[in-house]
Design a protein around this ligand. Structure first.
Ligand code: GLN
Length: 275
């Protein structure tokens, strides 16, 4: 079949955009380039891969899992059903940490990424701060495997620890502790495609969504440098309550809540209070 025929075929199963994205992925070209090779005849094996993937899409599976990788902050990361699909909001979290380190002129930070998933946060920071020492932590062996594969394919040298939050992390002082923990509230309505496909271990954070922050905050004081940044991604309704929790657990801290591009509270930063 030709590229053009395959696009027409794909539209029976999914949107035109997704069909083109999928086909472009298997042909290893940019979706726009497809239009320049409409008459090209595609080999049987690739056609079959494409057709199977269209079926998966029509069964409401996320395209990122079907393709098996995503772009995060310009870098390519493998993903599978064991890990959360990285969101734009998390790119904003990374951007804020990057700005903080640049402003403070810290070129060799020690960074801890708790609940690393595919590794997008820790690995992207390592990519930008080559002299940093980055440690990625996750409770699941299968999840760590994905993060390890990503470190390898990006050529980044980082540490991995299988640990339930701090339980297996040696006491050391970090410049930055970052986490995008599960924070969806038990009764919160979320999109069907998320609920049915992404790992609930990475999504749900208990009745008020704050269980994982409580576990992290319980031990965090032992792991902070004198001058530190804690960066959390948060649920959009959780900022004020989490701020209270932090005020009660980390003495002399300054808490800042930041909105995402959709104008929802999405990040919370903690620094030493110097006022
Ligand atoms: N942002 C994700 C969502 O809305 C949730 C991520 C998380 O719980 N850390 O589906």
């Amino acid at each position: 079949m030709t590229v053009e025929e395959l696009i027409v075929y794909g539209k029976k199963y999914t949107s035109s955009t997704k069909a083109k994205m999928l086909l472009a992925n298997f042909l290893e070209v940019n979706p726009l380039e497809l239009l320049t090779i409409l008459d090209k005849v595609i080999a049987e094996d690739k056609v079959n891969l494409y057709k199977n993937s269209l079926k998966a899409l029509s069964e409401n599976r996320p395209i990122q899992y079907v393709i098996g990788h995503v772009n995060f902050y310009g870098l390519k990361f493998k993903v599978n059903e064991k890990v959360l699909i990285p969101r734009f909001e998390t790119e904003e979290l990374v951007e804020s940490i990057k700005n903080y380190l640049e402003k403070k002129n810290i070129t060799n930070p020690k960074i801890l990424d708790l609940g690393c998933g595919s590794g997008v946060i820790g690995l992207t920071l390592k990519y930008f701060f080559k002299d940093s020492e980055v440690t990625l932590v996750d409770v699941s062996k299968e999840v760590l495997k994905v993060a390890e594969d990503n470190a390898k394919s990006l050529g980044l040298d980082v540490n991995f620890i299988k640990s339930d939050w701090f339980s297996n992390v040696k006491v050391e002082d970090y410049d930055v502790i970052v986490s995008n923990p599960p924070y969806i509230m038990t009764d919160e309505e979320i999109e069907e495609i998320v609920k049915n496909n992404e790992p609930s271990l990475a999504l749900y954070g208990g009745i008020d969504g704050l269980d994982c922050y409580r576990s992290i905050l319980k031990d965090i004081n032992k792991y902070l440098k004198d001058d530190y940044l804690i960066a959390f991604e948060i649920g959009y309704l959780e900022g004020e309550k989490l701020k209270e929790l932090i005020k009660n657990t980390i003495p002399n801290s300054k808490v800042t809540i930041k909105k995402d591009l959709s104008n929802k509270d999405r990040m919370l930063f903690v620094e030493k209070n110097i006022d």
